[in-house]
Design a binder for this molecule. Sequence first.
Ligand code: BG6
Ligand code: MG
Length: 227
Amino acid sequence: MNEIKGLVFDLDGVITDTAERHYLAWKRIADRLGIAIDREWNERLKGISRTESLELILAEKPDCLLDAEEKEQLLKEKNAHYLELIAEITAADILPGISDLLEEAKSGGYRMAIASASKNAPLILERLGLSTVFDAVVDPETLTYNKPHPEIFERAAQALGLETHECIGFEDSLAGIEGIKRAGMPAVAIGIPVFGEWLPDIEVAVTKDLKLEEIVRKVTMKERVEG
Ligand code: BG6
Ligand code: MG
């Protein structure tokens, strides 16, 4: 039986509600291009890199052909607007229940990592006052593959000095759940309405429903049953 020793967290939509701000920043770009996106459509952008997100938006309007320079400009604009939207974030923007969960995990001796596709993750962690809480933050610029590939979760476990099956991954995106499961890590899904091929081990509707002791107990029991 595997003992859980580490916790691997996505950032946007798990630690703080920046997922909504990513959506608003993309929506402004999409509106300008005459491409209709809404929150339901946006689910597919969660966990996906900046460049891939733009490609998914542009794919909605096949006659909107942009060259590399124009795309680069849109990516810059999206990030500039996103940075404006996160300019004011503080520790008050940590999602409900997360601070208690992190504190409980720290005092329980769990090692903790951030596995986020966002290049802005270190800045956000600093603004939230969480920079020193995590033992590792995977730098997405050092990855070969993006979520749903398991690489980021494998690297997070490695950075903690643990095997993937000794960690639990927390995600609010379908791409993330797939990555966690393909890494061989138990997965906790937060607020994901519908699943595809990859199913989480535990589902909660909102972060305040995350109860660490219960999650670790359920995951450990499940592993014992499934061997
Ligand atoms: C992920 C978000 O965490 O980071 C995506 O879920 C976002 O929506 C991606 O596109 C990349 O973020 P950034 O900050 O590097 O543009
Ligand atoms: Mg997320």
